[in-house]
Design a protein around this ligand. Structure first.
Ligand code: COA
Length: 183
């Protein structure tokens, strides 16, 4: 699948074993691990066996993607996954990360737009949700820009380095997505 927004062209493809080292290199500490994966079971230090266990679950209920730049298709630049909770009802976007040296160029936006398209057009869910830590302002702004609505706060849901982190629950519904400009 190819997506182009503001001149940034990326292609989403299925995650491959050869993408493991790139993904590991982007998660550069215990805080980054929690920011990326929340409480989904990954532990620091992230290693190949944890990623293989996650990628092995790919099937009708889990899509795991690598994004590449069309000008350099061998170099992964982002990662995301989509968990289908109930076909026709809801899916959850997760594990969104852009390679640190590729951030601030619209790749995150392009990636999330592509995931919205798969969720609503291909899988046909009614609702796409996600969780994001409250202090992750870049990610919160990105999701708001793409129509996700803040539905609630999970207060002090994760303890990281002696500090409690709160997270926002966000979601967008299919009719909201379809009526957005540029969808
Ligand atoms: C959150 C994350 C995915 C965003 O990815 P990204 O590729 O940097 O996202 P974008 O480039 O689309 O947007 C980021 C910023 O760059 C700006 N931007 C995008 N294209 C731009 C361009 N061509 N020129 C200048 N600025 C640009 C956006 O407006 C945005 O600005 P803002 O933070 O002031 O709102 C990335 O920071 C990341 O991987 N973080 C670590 C993991 C993480 O937190 N994941 C989210 C878990 S919920």
């Amino acid at each position: 699948m190819r997506c182009c927004i503001r001149g940034c062209v990326i292609e989403l493809r299925d995650f491959a074993p050869s993408d493991v080292p790139s993904l590991i290199s982007w998660i550069d500490g215990p805080e980054a691990l929690v920011m990326w994966s929340g409480s989904s079971g990954f532990v620091w230090p992230l290693d190949e066996s944890q990623i293989r266990r996650y990628a092995d679950k790919v099937g009708p209920k889990l899509r795991v993607w690598t994004a590449v730049d069309k000008t350099d298709p061998d170099r992964p630049i982002a990662h995301a996954s989509l968990m289908v909770d109930a076909p026709g009802w809801s899916a959850r976007l997760g594990r969104v990360v852009v390679a640190p040296d590729a951030r601030g160029r619209g790749i995150g936006e392009t990636l999330v737009r592509a995931a919205q398209r798969v969720a609503f057009d291909e899988i046909g869910v009614h609702r796409l949700s996600l969780g994001v830590f409250a202090q992750n302002v870049t990610a919160v702004r990105l999701y708001e820009r793409l129509g996700f609505v803040r539905e609630g706060t999970l207060r002090e849901v994760a303890a990281v380095g002696g500090t409690w982190w709160s997270s926002f629950e966000m979601a967008i519904l299919d009719h909201e997505w379809r009526t957005r400009p540029g969808t």
